[in-house]
Design a binder for this molecule. Sequence first.
Ligand code: AKB
Length: 332
Amino acid sequence: RQVASDASFHSVTFSESGHPRVLITGGLGQLGVGLAKLLRKRFGKNNVILSDIRKPADNVFYSGPFIFADILDYKNLREIVVNNRITWLFHYSALLSAVGEANVPLARAVNITGLHNVLDIAAEHNLRLFVPSTIGAFGPTSPRDPTPDICIQRPRTIYGVSKVHAELMGEYYHYRYGLDFRCLRYPGIISADSQPGGGTTDYAVKIFHDAIKSGKFKCYLRPDTRLPMMYIDDCLKATLEVMEAPAEALTMRTYNINAMSFTPEELAQEVQKYVPELQVTYNVDQVRQAIADSWPMNFDDSNARRDWGWKHDYDLPELVTTMFSYLGSDSR
Ligand code: AKB
């Protein structure tokens, strides 16, 4: 109880250190807790507030400020930004590709209406705003191998449509109102201690857990489906780097970032180096296969590498080694 009241007290204190005061929306998804940890190391524990509409696990609650924030409630969000003197906002609330197709009205509300609230509040309060986009912002008529930053974007999922909308609206607010909008298009992100929620690239996380738990993995994509992927530490590093980049370095406001591309078959072969008895079967889910078939196979991130020095640390072998060292291949 003592720690809980400290946490809520700290969420209304101000930074006098010159560090940004950060709010992360949708903070209990795959990336928020890891991002908060990285930002707290850099800017101080109490300058980074994690938020969501769900109740956090105790360890998350006690590791730094956490508050309830519903991005669909404009007044609630505005009050949080004002009361906590927020200066940087990382907007992670979104429904991903597969769950979005299962509930289009909710995806439209969260991913589009929610973004409008965030954009207006960010512009009104001079926030630096980060919104993640995705390989899913491209579609079947985009060049797929490789996919450059600027090309045709005609996605066929509500998730993709909402992310193209976010890219365009953020850039529009930047040029029209001077909003400091920054956006990265993430590939599929692979993490050990947090689960993705309802995406098309989730198989690349699940294979590790299933390999350790049961030695059996059923893949919902065809073995030859090639998609761009990245280890979570690289993703979070890129996110902090683009937020800290001097405005003059940014020739664009939305950048592709990438680390590697692989197929389920290639990933399985690498995983089998640690769990040789792993049995992989393929049971294709038509919805997710169609989505994956419309997405980039290789992602051209040369603009990010040139403008602000983006460089990934993890290729496929390092990714697999790191995942097993976290998950413990001997915990079977
Ligand atoms: C998804 O699969 O929907 C996400 C993404 C690539 O944006 N992981």
